[in-house]
Ligand binder design. Structure first.
Ligand code: SF4
Length: 116
């Protein structure tokens, strides 16, 4: 992904989104990822938005460009647009936002816990 693309996206968000920067739409990993962490999603993300925790992934909302490419890749259907998160998973919106801060960028090469 080129630097021009990133600058273009940043300018787009700043110019056209009618919300505060911390209210941009994003995508969210939910509890179905826990103890699975398949990471098929990491391979298709164009902006390295996934962050890795010991037993699941989260998405950095400041990096996610809402392309939706990761949704269909998840074998356990753990990823949703933040506007589509099931009611009983809504706590994961904040969980993604807060836990991504100190987490490493997911490389997609850690063990697949579901097979353990
Ligand atoms: S929606 Fe697109 S940019 Fe956001 S985490 Fe998924 S693949 Fe990455």
């Amino acid at each position: 992904m080129s630097e021009t693309f990133f600058l273009g996206w940043s300018n787009y968000k700043d110019s056209y989104c009618k919300c505060e920067p911390d209210q941009y739409m994003t995508h969210v990993v939910t509890s179905a990822c826990v103890n699975h962490k398949y990471q098929d999603c990491v391979a298709v993300c164009p902006v390295e938005a996934f962050r890795e925790l010991p037993t699941y992934l989260v998405i950095d909302p400041d990096e996610c460009i809402d392309c939706g490419a990761c949704i269909a890749e998840c074998p356990v259907e753990a990823i949703f647009a933040d506007t589509d998160v099931p009611d009983d998973q809504e706590n994961w919106i904040e969980k993604n936002e807060t836990e991504c801060v100190d987490a490493e960028i997911a490389e997609g090469d850690s063990p697949i816990l579901a097979d353990d």
